[in-house]
Design a protein around this ligand. Structure first.
Ligand code: PLP
Length: 362
């Protein structure tokens, strides 16, 4: 074949998703596997979202509401902002792409941390940007080091708070200091996919900081605490002028009608959100206790997953797979000795710890 790709394509880092259960079972000829590899909600979707999807099904011969009127109105009410403060995406991943399409020209410097969510790297490569990465400190974004890499030409800074895969979060003082230090025309994108699980006292809610900083973009997703990863819906909250630029580069019907209906219902399903946070906190405490008892070092987490040092991560990952336990290798993020394990139901958590103890002889 003789077709030619666009210039950035060959250099793009390939995203490695968690292995689906069906694939593992097909390849290994096993049954009854568990997946703790993609930080999904172990309790399933919000029941209210499921009902909303049922009701919306009869209308799927129609195009969705491209403007997402009702969901944006619900988000505005939820956050005490206006619908003009929101852009919707086919997952937060698409919103990250919208940031790149709306703001980044080839050669523009972008700043993010080493060991940060890999999609910042991918969208920056796609836009042919100059990558300026800062090393982490204790598995945590070093916002001082990141701010030092920002100059007058820097268009975007990406921060995951809490970060995936390390699970660490930065506090309000550090975030404010960065926001005050960078030029007003540099966008600071704070990805809060796991904000519901963050429990440090000084965890900053970036959406609440929007009135103070016109260059701030807060990202949220329906894939984690709301349990709607399969429907693909997330959003960005920012100053209306920033939103309007992203709306210009957005495809007309990027979020489907089932996702719109589900997200609107899930947003107000407080019982499901609270239950999910509680089950996660209990699972986190279980892991902390059990992993310490077994002598596995781990990174204390503010998320719904945990990065655990197992040594031969590839070997342990493959041994876990053979036992029907799917976790996530993170060598691609620069952590070849760790595995990332999502916090699951109590039974799932017990099983992964038992199997880990077994295969490592602990
Ligand atoms: C899971 C995750 C998201 C959410 O992605 P979606 O496209 O909304 O599913 C965003 N950011 C981080 C850091 C994540 O881990």
């Amino acid at each position: 074949m003789k077709f030619q790709t666009a210039r950035p394509v060959a250099g793009i880092t390939v995203y490695q998703p968690g292995k689906p259960i069906e694939e593992v079972e097909r390849e290994l000829g096993i049954r009854g596997s568990i997946k703790l590899a993609s930080n999904e909600n172990p309790l399933g979707p919000s029941p209210r979202a499921l009902e909303a999807v049922q009701r919306a099904l009869a209308g799927i011969h129609r195009y969705p509401d491209g403007g997402g009127y009702y969901l944006k109105r619900a988000l505005a009410r939820h956050h005490g902002l206006t619908p003009e403060n929101f852009v919707l995406g086919n997952g937060t991943n698409e919103v990250l792409e919208l940031v790149a399409h709306a703001c980044l020209d080839p050669g523009d410097p972008v700043v993010f941390s080493e060991g940060a969510f890999i999609v910042y790297l991918i969208v920056s490569q796609l836009a042919s940007c100059e990558l300026r990465t800062a090393p982490m400190r204790d598995f945590t974004h070093d916002l001082e080091a990141m701010a030092a890499r920002v100059d007058g030409r820097t268009k975007v800074v990406f921060i995951a708070n809490p970060n995936n895969p390390t699970g660490t979060a930065v506090g309000e003082r550090a975030l404010r200091r960065l926001l005050e230090r960078v030029p007003e025309r540099t966008l600071v994108v704070v990805d809060e996919a796991y904000c519901h699980f963050a429990h440090r006292e000084d965890y900053p809610d970036a959406v609440k900081l929007l009135p103070e900083f016109t260059n701030l973009v807060a990202l949220r997703t329906f894939s984690k605490v709301y349990g709607l990863a399969g429907l693909r819906v997330g959003y960005g909250a920012a100053h209306p002028e920033v939103i309007s630029a992203m709306e210009r580069v957005r495809e007309p019907f990027n979020v489907n009608s089932l996702a719109l209906a589900a997200a609107e219902a899930a947003l107000e399903d407080h019982a499901h959100v609270e239950r999910s946070i509680r089950v996660n906190a209990e699972g986190r405490e279980f892991f902390v206790r059990e992993l310490a008892a077994l002598g596995f070092p781990f990174v204390p987490t503010q998320g719904n997953f945990m990065m655990v040092e197992v040594g031969d991560a590839k070997g342990v990952y493959e041994a876990l797979l053979r036992e029907g336990v799917i976790v996530r290798p993170v060598a691609g993020y620069g952590f070849p000795r760790h595995l990332r394990i999502s916090i699951g139901t109590p039974e799932e958590n017990r099983r992964v710890v038992e199997v880990m103890a077994e295969i490592t002889g602990k």
